[in-house]
Write a protein that binds this ligand. Structure first.
Ligand SMILES: [Cu+2]
Length: 155
C-alpha cells in the first residue's frame, strides 16, 4: 500500500514535469525574448536615426549601436535623471577623455553604454530596462550632445 502511494506520487511529479516542459516550449516562440534593437548613427551628421525606443520595465534589452554608415566616432549612453543629468554627464565626458570612451568615472546615472565606435564599427550591449519612465540616450563624444540624443520610453 505504501509503495503504491509512492508510485502514484512519482507518476504525478512526472506528469507535472511533462506539463511544465510542454508549456515552456510553446512560449519559446515568443518574439519578445530575442528581438534586438538597433540604433544607427546618421551618416556624417550628429544624430541617431532612431530617436524613440520603447521597452518594458525589467526587460532584457539587446541594443546594437551601428556606426557603419557614419564618418565620425560615436557612442550610445543611456542616462538616468533627465536632461540636467544628461548635460552634466556630457560635460564630465570631456574630462574623462577618449581613453575612457568619454564615460565619466561616476557611473551612478549611467544605466548602460557602448564604447566609442570608430566609423564602420558596431557594438551590441545588453542591459535590464529600468523602472518605468522616460530616459535620454546621448552620444558623449565632445560636441555631439545635445544634438545627438534620443528617448527611451520604459513602460
Ligand atoms: Cu556622436
Amino acid at each position: 500500500m505504501k509503495s503504491q502511494a509512492c508510485l502514484f506520487t512519482v507518476s504525478m511529479v512526472f506528469l507535472l514535469l511533462i506539463t511544465a516542459c510542454g508549456s515552456g516550449s510553446s512560449a519559446g516562440g515568443n518574439p519578445s525574448d530575442g528581438g534586438g534593437i538597433t540604433v544607427t548613427a546618421k551618416g556624417n551628421s550628429l544624430a541617431f536615426e532612431q530617436t524613440n525606443i520603447s521597452v518594458s520595465a525589467g526587460q532584457a534589452v539587446s541594443l546594437t549601436l551601428d556606426n557603419s554608415l557614419s564618418t565620425l566616432e560615436h557612442n550610445w549612453v543611456l542616462v538616468r535623471g533627465g536632461e540636467a543629468e544628461a548635460r552634466s554627464i556630457a560635460a564630465d565626458a570631456l574630462t574623462a577623455g577618449r581613453a575612457n570612451h568619454y564615460l565619466p568615472s561616476d557611473t551612478t546615472n549611467i544605466i548602460a553604454a557602448t564604447q566609442v565606435l570608430a566609423p564602420g564599427e558596431a557594438e551590441t550591449i545588453t542591459f535590464e530596462a529600468p523602472e518605468p519612465g522616460i530616459y535620454f540616450y546621448i552620444c558623449t563624444v565632445p560636441g555631439h550632445y545635445p544634438l545627438m540624443r534620443g528617448r527611451l520610453v520604459v513602460e
